[in-house]
Write a protein that binds this ligand. Structure first.
Ligand SMILES: C[S@@+](CC[C@H](N)C(=O)[O-])C[C@H]1O[C@@H](n2cnc3c(N)ncnc32)[C@H](O)[C@@H]1O
Length: 325
């Protein structure tokens, strides 16, 4: 790594100048060589620039942005998703040219991190995240712990979001032992495994063929048996019409929720619960459209924010009670 060599006398003035021009690499430490100080660089600088092995900061994890040049701190996101050894970052257009520097600061500040990937959002039929590893190891098979459970998933193959952890805990807390639980958009099965661990009899499915391996792995990791956890590769449009009398149904396909509301409600027993996830504009009531689609067959009992989704939109859940007919 390139360093700027200056005399000890000039060291402080040089540090200020490098910070002002945004080229001081604060993820690494300055080094002393005789009467000189070597400042680590993250960009071009005039003067006596020499090549040296960098010395990593041993500072404990805190706000990783402290390790960035001051000009970059306001561009780097405060939050990111942590999944086992991997951090998933979303960057603004302004920050994206500095992605590698931001990722290296993150790697340097969190001891358990081995991989940093840039997230361009979920896409395609199976809602898989578009990820590009920008620092560390090219390994996106993550081991994630949540609510006392263990999950393993290849983030390049199947949808998975740690931001749903609180929601999964909420649903698991509603489960009564022995209840019949259906998750037709299960992915790697985090909702389904959470419900089965809480005592439900679970039927889980997903159209993405890659989901099966991870759903079954997660069932095994949490010591579930085939008696209370079953997974199938199936399209919801094929599977749902043949199902009836589930006590609880989780409908987690927020970009197409209304397409599946009717068959999912038909699969719920009279008096049973349907949890419907959808994207709504911030500040707007999302119940009207759903209530209209339900006609007389169900009632929206509650509407909750799950997490912000984009500047103007948020992920919400509607808790729906099926009527008696
Ligand atoms: C938003 S993800 C939710 C996954 C999972 N419930 C979770 O919380 O991680 C939606 C899932 O629906 C699946 N999917 C999309 N269209 C489908 C369809 N027509 N039939 C079955 N699964 C489908 C995708 O593969 C994806 O795993």
């Amino acid at each position: 790594m390139k360093h700027l060599r200056v005399s000890c006398r000039e060291a402080e003035a040089a540090r200020h100048a490098l910070e002002r021009s945004g080229v001081l690499h604060s993820a690494y430490l300055p080094q002393r060589e005789g009467d000189s100080v070597l400042w680590p660089l993250c960009g071009a600088a005039d003067g006596d620039v020499v090549e040296r092995e960098p010395r990593q900061c041993q500072r404990p994890a805190g706000d990783y942005r402290q390790q960035l040049p001051s000009t970059l701190r306001r561009l780097a996101p405060r939050g990111f998703d942590l999944l086992g050894h991997a951090a998933i970052l979303r960057l603004s257009d302004e920050a994206e040219p500095h992605a590698i520097l931001i990722a290296e600061a993150l790697l340097a500040s969190h001891g358990q991190l081995r991989t940093v990937a840039l997230d361009s959002g979920v896409d395609g039929r199976w809602r898989v995240r578009a990820l590009r590893v920008i620092a560390g190891e090219d390994d996106l098979v993550v081991h994630h712990r949540e609510n006392g459970l263990r999950f393993e998933v290849d983030l390049r193959q199947v949808f998975f979001s740690p931001r749903l952890a609180t929601e999964r805990a909420r649903i698991a807390a509603l489960v009564r032992p022995g209840e019949r639980f259906l998750d037709p958009f299960a992915g790697a099965a985090p909702f389904a495994v959470s419900a089965a661990a809480a005592g439900a009899q679970v039927l889980a499915a997903d159209g993405n063929p890659a989901a099966q391996r991870w759903a079954e792995r997660n069932s095994a990791l949490n010591n579930l048996s085939s008696e209370n956890f079953e997974f199938h590769i199936a399209l919801a449009e094929t599977l749902l019409p043949s199902l009836r009398d589930f006590d609880r149904v989780v409908l987690n396909h927020p970009t197409a929720h209304l397409n599946y509301l009717e068959p999912a409600l038909a699969a719920t027993r009279p008096g049973g619960s349907l949890h419907l996830y959808l994207l709504a504009n911030r500040g707007e009531d999302a119940t009207a459209e759903t209530a209209a689609a339900l006609v007389e067959r169900g009632r929206v009992e509650a509407q909750r924010l799950v997490h912000p989704f984009s500047p103007g939109r948020e992920l919400r859940v509607l808790d729906i009670r099926r009527g008696s007919s």
